[in-house]
Design a protein around this ligand. Sequence first.
Ligand code: 13P
Length: 218
Amino acid sequence: MSHNFSSAELEKRCAIIEACLEMNHLGINQGTSGNISVRHENYLLITPTSIPYKQLKPESIVRMEMDGSVHGSLKPSSEWRFHLDILNARPEVNAVVHAHPTYSTIISIMGMEIPAIHYMIAVAGGENIRCAPYATFGTEELSQHALKALEGRKACLLEHHGIIAVGANLSKALWLAVEVETLAKQYHGVLQLGKPRILSHDQMAGIIEKISNYGHVD
Ligand code: 13P
């Protein structure tokens, strides 16, 4: 197999592998759960299904056309459907991170969204982080639920499953995934203490715009 990737594509393939290792190192994912895609020119680069991240090489990353066709011998992530649909539907998004972080997944198992318990909720684009209803992993149904939960947002929970975080580039999407898990951890903690106190619409007014000037946020 020849690997005549341009230097820009090689850089993105390496960045995907680094981000996968980083997800597990940061504790927001474990094992081969989770997957990452990045837009490159008019196609996408996506992690292969079920291969331990430590074994990934630049050529292991699968090239997928925007119609879903793939090149090479490795199969794309079983979640390619929502990666492709998000990148097709959201031109401002260039990277999609999917992970199974413990606290976000706990909240998703309860079918709950994360409300405005902290002003940092605004980094996901609104006053809440929605939870997409359950559907079997890898299905178009899950993809449709995820797209809806991501409307006007850069992150969502997936019921009984995990999270999706998107961004203008991979480092922003990975950063956001960590922020979502931090909010989920805070929310989980608050729920132990009683009825959560939620920031009001008035208190949140202006925060979304203000926070858009914050470094990692698009
Ligand atoms: P893949 O190994 O196929 O990417 O699947 C992992 C996963 O998280 C499914 O939701």
